[in-house]
Design a binder for this molecule. Structure first.
Ligand SMILES: [Ca+2]
Ligand SMILES: [Ca+2]
Length: 624
């Protein structure tokens, strides 16, 4: 048996009017909407009022290893990216961000870099890279590269020379002789633990000292208190800007600087989770190794370098998993700018499949309230997190609708446009160092392998990712039915819905319209985008486990509402006129508009809506 509630949608009139309506509706019925929150889209970011390319961009994260293999070695490559740029353009992507493709021993899949200014031969050459950038630009797309400043590989020439004590390089890394135990054996200077478990200090026999590594043993932290290191990394930015890249995604920024007083131990968190022990990073607080003030200053220096390189606009987007306030601080201040935007991980870290619509509204509002002069962005998935369709069962479309209809820059991790899911990777197939270090009992809790499986292009060998059936990471066995080819041919597929959404983003309303968020009843999240003299767009998502009834009569004074696009689990179809009352299924999501549906309407859809309304009438009676 279903449970349906009558919900009143707030109007897309002025905020004051909406609030007044909400207040009176709330008095009348417990199922009415909560107060809505409104946010203007502020374009004045930094000193420059011209809109940069990245403001309304859909930035698509490519994990090069898993995207497309063109030479049959089972590894993705740069030529593979080049070969699929038309696909990306056609689905509405406006910029690609490439996860690391630099020469690397692959101890942490490219985040351990042995040369910051080259392409790993496994992925191709600098010429391949230049070709890719040229083609992307010719298709009207931008290219962003990953920049990994915190550490290099221990196989980088700098580290080898530093370990030898070569004068020029001896202070390129953070070295300490530590202390001695009772047997005279050297022990690390403090209790700092690496992200990948165990001490963050490893003894180097050649140097006769410990080196700091906040991540893997093979990722020694660079010493940014050495001006030569600061200059080296600035040269890396310049090298890639000269090759035509349009921006940088800066990796693991909060860990750039540590305290200089290495005698400081870090304290355990107050109530560590029972499955954590003293070798786990999350067992401790990190006041001496995270969000250090000098880090914010270095970011400002990079911002100046990138903004002043030439007349082209480039973006710095930063990866900072930290507290909310510290995250916002990475935007810098109006007087001392930091990132153009720092990743908004709110939809990964503050909400999950158990969250209700109020939690989502709070998560979105909290970010928007902090924006002020800052530019918003939305991240729902990446190479470090379980895939969206797995984290939010049956909500792949809903999450894409949320991230793509909110104002600001939208990020899409490769495969999320298809609703790709995490694959199960056996212990003996596990490659992620974080998972390997956790051991066979705990690896599934931390492994990032499941979200890094090959892109699913079609139903041929290895999902069309490679002609080789032996790929570096197994292909998710669901590729026979979950792939680009099939979804492109299926009118109501995750991919075609994604295309509808990127199309909507081109409208003036989506670019410049104000945002209102509201909750209908307990479970339906409403995101309204409106602009004077332009069509209104309303995203509705039922976060609950039951059907919800939505009443549309008070919604708009702009005429009939149509379904712009609807999730695969929706009964509504694109182009259908929205009935006065309709039921929204659990985890269903729709975008409604006062204008036309994406890509026009079909004759069948209106009929379907009529049938739906007829089916609903018994429920309407039940409620009286
Ligand atoms: Ca290859
Ligand atoms: Ca560091």
């Amino acid at each position: 048996m279903t449970r349906a509630r009558c919900l009143a949608l707030p109007t897309a009139l002025s905020l004051a009017l909406s609030l007044a309506l909400m207040a009176s509706a709330a008095d009348a019925s417990p199922a009415s909407s909560s107060a809505s929150s409104a946010f203007a889209v502020n374009k004045k970011v930094g000193a420059d009022q011209d809109e940069p390319w990245w403001h309304h961009a859909v930035i698509y994260q490519i994990y090069p290893r898993s995207f497309k293999d063109t030479n049959g070695d089972g590894l993705g490559d740069i030529k593979g990216i080049t070969s699929e740029l038309e696909y990306l353009r056609d689905i509405g992507v406006t910029a690609v961000w490439l996860s690391p493709f630099y020469p690397s021993p692959q101890a942490d899949f490219g985040y351990d870099i042995s040369n910051f200014k080259d392409v790993d031969p496994a992925y191709g050459t600098l010429e391949d890279f230049d070709e890719m950038v040229k083609k992307a630009h010719s298709l009207g797309m931008k290219v962003v590269v990953d920049l990994v400043p915190n550490h290099s590989s221990d196989e980088h020439m700098w580290f080898k020379e530093s370990a030898k004590g070569t004068e020029k390089y001896k202070d390129y890394y953070v070295w300490s002789e530590g202390t001695k135990d009772k047997d005279g054996k050297p022990v690390p200077p403090n209790n700092w633990v690496s992200h990948f478990r165990g001490s963050a200090w490893t003894w180097n026999d050649e140097r006769k000292a410990f080196y700091l590594h906040q991540f893997a043993v093979k990722q020694p932290d660079l010493n940014y208190r050495n001006p030569a290191v600061v200059q080296e990394m600035k040269d890396v930015f310049t090298f890639w800007m000269e090759r035509g890249v349009n921006g940088f995604r800066v990796d693991a920024l909060p860990f750039l600087f540590e305290t200089q007083d290495l005698s400081q131990d870090e304290l355990p968190v107050e109530h560590p989770s029972i499955d954590l022990d003293k070798n786990d990073y999350d067992y401790y607080t990190h006041p001496y190794t995270m969000d250090y003030p000098d880090t914010y200053d270095m970011l400002h220096q990079w911002r100046e370098l990138v903004d002043n390189f030439n007349e082209d606009k480039r973006v710095i987007m930063t990866e900072c998993y930290t507290t909310f306030d510290k995250t916002i601080e990475y935007y810098g201040t109006k007087d001392k700018l930091g990132a153009h935007f720092t990743f908004n991980f709110q939809l990964i870290t503050t909400v999950n499949k158990s969250s209700d619509a109020k939690d989502f509204k709070h998560s979105i509002d909290q970010w928007m309230k902090a924006m002020d002069w800052r530019w918003p962005n939305w991240v729902i998935g990446n190479h470090d997190n379980s895939r969206v369709a797995t984290r939010y069962p049956e909500m792949a479309d809903a999450m894409n609708m949320i991230s793509l209809t909110l104002p600001g820059t939208a990020m899409t991790y490769n495969g999320e446009e298809l609703g790709m899911t995490d694959a199960f990777i056996r212990w003996d197939q596990t490659k992620d160092p974080q998972a390997v270090n956790a051991g066979p009992e705990k690896y599934l809790r931390v492994s990032r392998d499941p979200c890094r499986t090959p892109m699913q292009w079609d139903d041929t060998t290895s999902a069309g990712f490679s002609t080789n059936s032996n790929t570096w990471m197994p292909t998710n066995p669901n590729y026979y039915e979950l792939n680009v080819k099939k979804e492109l041919a299926t009118p109501k597929s995750h991919l075609n819905i994604y295309k509808d959404l990127t199309e909507a983003r081109k409208t003036e309303t989506m670019r410049n319209g104000k945002l209102e968020t509201a909750v209908l009843g307990e479970n339906v999240l409403q995101i309204t985008r409106s602009l004077e003299n332009a069509d209104t767009y309303i995203t509705l998502v039922n976060m609950g486990s039951w059907e919800e009834r939505v009443k549309t009569e008070a919604l708009t004074n702009k005429g009939t509402l149509k379904v712009y696009t609807a999730s695969v689990n929706s009964k509504l179809s694109k182009g259908a006129t929205v009935p006065d009352n309709f039921v929204i299924r659990p985890k269903e999501a729709v975008v409604l508009t006062t204008g036309e549906a994406s890509g026009g309407t079909s004759a069948a859809t209106t009929v379907q809506a009529g049938i739906l309304l007829a089916l609903l009438s018994p429920l309407l009676c039940m409620l009286h």
